[in-house]
Ligand binder design. Structure first.
Ligand SMILES: [Zn+2]
Length: 200
């Protein structure tokens, strides 16, 4: 009986196998690193207050509006997840009229990047009157205030398509809600933060 000649592993094949192994390990390491990074981001806690740059701009907004004879008040700023859910329930499972379409974690308020404003009349009433012209210059105070806010880098809810949120002002720093939910924060966009701080 003739013994079969032992097959030798050709060098070429060995090289191929090594290369395939190398590629597989590289892909594995890359995917795992991406995954870990994503998990770390997602585990980032939600902010617990208004972002300092937003707070500062909100103050400037009030001052600049006052210069135009418009008394602006900030009625809402940072909102925790529970507060957001309570607000969402309003007009749905709780009494009142619907004021938001956002549930917890889906509003810029939850990330400390939004404020809501209203107007105050000389007799101290807080009003949400889009036509009110308290400074008597023939323009709606509300719209004037919106323009001031926009010049400071805020996005105004009155410009939104569909559901218009006239009191709402937010600063995105180039981040979408999805980015924020994934754990990205303004600090990850230092250039955008600096640009915003430079606006007057
Ligand atoms: Zn708002």
């Amino acid at each position: 009986m003739a013994r079969r000649k032992k097959k030798t592993f050709p060098a070429k094949q060995l090289a191929k196998a090594l290369f395939a192994g190398f590629v597989a390990v590289s892909i594995f390491i890359f995917v795992q690193r991406e995954w870990t990074e994503r998990e770390e981001l997602a585990a980032r806690p939600l902010p617990e207050g208004l972002h300092p740059a937003v707070e500062e701009k909100a103050g400037e907004f009030i001052r600049l509006a006052a210069d135009q004879g418009i008394d602006v008040v900030i009625t809402d700023g940072f909102r925790s997840g529970e507060e957001q859910d309570r607000l969402y329930a309003q007009g749905r499972t709780a009494a009142g009229k619907v004021v938001t379409n956002a549930t917890a974690g889906s509003s810029f308020h939850n990330f400390g990047l939004a404020v809501d404003y209203a107007l105050r009349t000389p007799d101290g009433r807080i009003i949400w009157d889009l036509d009110y012209d308290g400074n008597g210059n023939g323009r709606s105070d509300w719209m004037e205030a919106a323009d001031i806010a926009k010049s400071l880098g805020f996005k105004w809810g009155g410009d939104w398509n569909g559901f218009k949120d006239y009191p709402h002002l937010e600063m995105s720093f180039g981040l979408s809600l999805r980015d924020l939910q994934a754990g990205l924060r303004p600090e990850d966009r230092p250039d955008a933060v600096r640009a915003m701080e430079g606006k007057q």
